[in-house]
Design a protein. Sequence first.
Length: 123
Amino acid sequence: MKVTAAHNERMAKMTFSSVYPHYLSKVEKKGRTKEELHTVISWLTGYDDKNIEYYVANKTTFKSFFEKANLNANAHLIKGVICGYRIEEIDNPLTQQVRFLDKLVDELAKGRKMEKILRVEKT
């Protein structure tokens, strides 16, 4: 599926707080925890629990959320299809970052091991 300009604009205006409860519900239904969700979000963005809670409480848009983030250097290793879009083919950086997060949450909910989700390289 090709990402449209309208889709990119919708992603930018969507608030992190509107999606976060869905992320949490999705992982908890599958036996994962809020702490694990926060670990995944922190790995991608560099935010700690306090930052995450702030962005949830303040209805921060994904645009602002990712502008302030310190994206993990290994985020480019997140590949695959999420919501019908092949992540590595998304050309809009913000939309790709949102889909990175969606993919990590999806992997967590599917029971993938944390070291795989966090793209920990074997030494």
